[in-house]
Design a protein around this ligand. Structure first.
Ligand code: ARG
Length: 461
């Protein structure tokens, strides 16, 4: 009998673990949230053991009933963790054995916590990815819905945060929808990476029992089984793929957030955020702060850190399992929780935002935004582009000096720019966006086609 009742590995040990070691070694506080996946995996494993004649059918039935009882206790919050429960796997097996006796002691036949923990983690990750795919769709849909409502709203497009050329607001919002489309592909890739079952890989070398890996994989909804037992228990690539998705999505949401922070400033005044997605200041009564957008801007740092953390954790590890890997879930859970906070809040913020069409339209008419259109017009009149660019530049200088728009250039302004007697074409923001009638451009027909295209892609997400 072991000196360490409740320890899975007590047989080899004489003394008890030091408290300080126990505190460091335990992962229960972090991994207990995977209890559903742990029980699911164990039920599948026990059924397979019986089907293969590795344990008696009655024992498998006792295990199954016992695990269902454990699930009920977990669900209702009745489950009592014991001091020796170092992780969720230990806790479930310890309780099962209290309930089912020796049958419970047969559960771990042909299995190691090393293949068990990565199986549980992949199950957890797959479930979470499926939920997040839906949240991602909701945000993309909110952007597309706003785009549909704002095909005819014109807004300055910027480079270097300087007004550059007018665009349709729809076009601007759709840029973010396309980013999410690529994020969705990255999420799909992460789901595929998590799609092979590691169960049956044992501690590192496979199982000495005739386990049917395909059977447990099928039962747990995996698309297949991993081909190498050492890689199975030593790899965290699927987590890295998920974290890469999360980090890139974080960057996109950060940019969207930054855009809304600036658009909602009094200086821009382009958007009014709904009260439900803004907060006030404890000192300044007039303030309405775009906190959701700011938090989205900031969380990118955390998501990038989670990816970087997992990569750092796994780099340099010799095969196969190493205890370092226990910390993988810290990064995984943090990123998944962060994404779960961000997506619904941003969806609401975007869906309820009111765009100030008048302010945007006025801004789109100011600031020489049609200078390029005038240069293009001269080119169509036969001017070499470089000469046209220079002449329009000079005209902008002359008009800016007098504080008038290009359309209000005087004969003297035109003469100063070497454009004597030029009949100015229509230089409105609308004429400008309509002129970009190429795929991916701002002409109305092109933007409408773009909305159809993204919706078609989203239907296949
Ligand atoms: N708590 C451990 C983890 O999360 C379970 C695997 C332990 N394996 C071992 N050989 N001690 O990685």
């Amino acid at each position: 009998m072991s000196d360490q009742p409740g320890r899975l590995w007590g047989g080899r040990f004489e003394g008890s673990p030091a408290e300080a070691f126990d505190a460091l070694n335990a992962s229960l506080p972090v991994d207990q949230r995977m209890w559903r996946e742990d029980i699911r995996g164990s039920r599948a494993h026990a059924r397979m053991l019986a089907a293969q004649g590795i344990i008696p059918v009655e024992d498998a039935q006792a295990i199954d009933a016992g695990l269902q009882q454990v699930a009920t206790e977990m669900e209702s919050g009745q489950f009592a963790f014991a001091p020796g429960d170092e992780d969720i796997h230990t806790a479930v097996e310890r309780r099962l054995t209290e309930i089912a006796g020796d049958a419970g002691r047969r559960l771990h036949t042909g299995r190691s916590r090393n293949d068990q923990v990565i199986t549980d983690t992949l199950l957890w990750l797959r479930g979470r990815c499926e939920e997040q795919a839906r949240s991602l769709t909701a945000l993309a849909q909110a952007l597309v819905d706003q785009a549909r409502s704002h095909v005819d709203t014109l807004v300055p497009g910027y480079t270097h945060l300087q007004r550059a050329q007018p665009v349709r607001l729809a076009h601007h919002l759709l840029a973010y929808a396309w980013m999410l489309h690529r994020d969705r592909r990255r999420l799909a890739f992460a789901m595929e990476s998590a799609g092979e079952s590691p169960l049956g890989s044992g501690a590192l070398a496979g199982s000495g029992f005739p386990v049917d890996r395909q059977m447990t994989a099928d039962e747990l909804g995996f698309a297949g089984i991993t081909p190498n037992s050492m890689d199975s228990v030593g790899s965290r690539d699927a987590l890295a793929d998920y974290l890469a998705f999360a980090a890139q999505l974080g960057v996109h949401l950060s940019r969207l957030g930054a855009e809304f922070v600036w658009w909602s400033s009094e200086e821009a005044g382009f958007v009014v955020l709904d009260d439900a997605y803004a907060s006030g200041s404890s000192m300044l009564p007039q303030k309405k702060n775009p906190d959701a957008a700011e938090l989205a801007r900031g969380k990118a740092a955390r998501l990038a850190a989670d990816l970087s953390g997992l990569l750092g954790l796994t780099a340099g590890l010799p095969l196969a399992y190493n205890k370092d890997l226990q910390d993988d879930k810290h990064f995984l859970f943090d990123a998944a929780d962060t994404i779960d906070l961000l997506l619904p809040a941003l969806t609401g913020m975007v869906a309820t935002a009111t765009f100030r069409e008048d302010v945007m339209a006025a801004a789109a008419e100011q600031g020489f935004l049609s200078a390029t259109d005038l240069a293009d017009y001269l080119v169509r009149e036969g001017w070499p582009f470089r000469r046209a660019h220079e002449a329009v530049g000079a005209l902008v200088r002359a008009c800016a000096a007098r504080g008038v728009a290009l359309g209000d250039a005087s004969a003297a302004d035109l003469a100063a720019a070497g454009l004597d007697g030029l009949e100015l074409p229509e230089l409105t923001a609308l004429a400008s966006v309509e002129a970009k009638d190429v795929p991916g451009g701002t002409a109305r027909a092109q933007v409408l086609a773009q909305i159809d295209a993204i919706e078609q892609r989203m239907a296949a997400w």
